[in-house]
Design a protein around this ligand. Structure first.
Ligand code: PEP
Length: 246
């Protein structure tokens, strides 16, 4: 199993800075055991494709419509992402759950559309600080994965990648400790397996303030298949340094 290193640019970027970032990234062929990719805002997909095509580095989106083609003004459907060669799309990021009211129902619909278009869904789950501190994080994570398996079934969930992203670690500079990541990953694995998803199909990433200087300790967490990197994926050299630690 390759170690996965995915960037999430969030709603950040402009054509000029993207060229610098993508061109520098394209110089860094990922090591044989590493899958490297960036999830960019929709308008920059052609730019990512133009610069990364022909390299080993993949590109993807940060969202997708829960509908197919049709009268859904403002939406970008999974077939469009596939046409642009997207390997992945993020789904259910906590920022979308928080600011755009995304529900389990909606997230399940998006995963379904992506799978039908052969684009890998990277499904984000994670607890808030209050849930972590009160100990309710287990219940929260269990509820998030159960909601998806119930709606989509085991086979579809087995084809998604999951990213454990504690909300309190995203964009705060405070990454979860390796022992907390190990505990949460082990818990998520147990829950998904108990729901019927085969252990061998599970892919579990960690996201939340991953940087070059903590990447090595996170990759060393047993059972951690890779990382989802936000802010540090927009820093020239930093993202490649994280990939080099994989
Ligand atoms: C993210 O946006 O998924 C993320 C993990 O952000 P950051 O690395 O900036 O915490």
């Amino acid at each position: 199993m390759k170690k996965i290193v995915l960037g999430n640019w969030k709603s950040v970027g402009d054509t000029a800075s993207n060229v610098v970032l993508l061109t520098a990234l394209a110089q860094h062929a990922p090591a044989a055991g590493v899958e490297l990719g960036v999830c960019v805002p929709y308008p920059y997909l052609p730019q990512a494709k133009a610069i990364l095509e022909g390299t080993e580095i993949g590109w993807g989106a940060q969202n997708v419509s829960p509908f197919g083609a049709g009268a859904y003004t403002g939406e970008v459907h999974a077939g469009m992402l596939a046409e642009f060669g997207c390997r992945y799309a993020l789904v259910g990021h906590s920022e979308r759950r928080q600011y755009f009211g995304e529900t389990d129902e909606l997230i399940a619909g998006k995963i379904d559309r992506l799978l039908a278009a052969n684009v890998r869904p990277v499904v984000c789950v994670g607890e808030t600080l209050a849930e972590r501190e009160s100990g309710a994080w287990r219940e929260m994570l269990e509820g998030q994965v159960r909601a998806l398996v119930t709606r989509l079934g085991v086979d579809k969930c087995a084809r998604a990648w999951f990213a454990y992203e504690p909300v309190w670690a995203i964009g705060t500079g405070r990454s979860a400790e390796p022992r907390d990541i190990a505990e949460a990953h082990a818990f998520l694995r147990r829950q998904l397996v108990a729901l019927g998803v085969p252990q061998r199909d599970l892919v579990l990433l960690y996201g939340g303030s991953v940087k070059a200087d903590n990447a090595q300790s996170i990759f060393a967490v047993p059972g951690c298949d890779g990382v989802l990197v936000g802010a540090a994926s927009r820093v020239v050299g930093e993202f490649a340094a994280i990939a080099a630690a994989a």
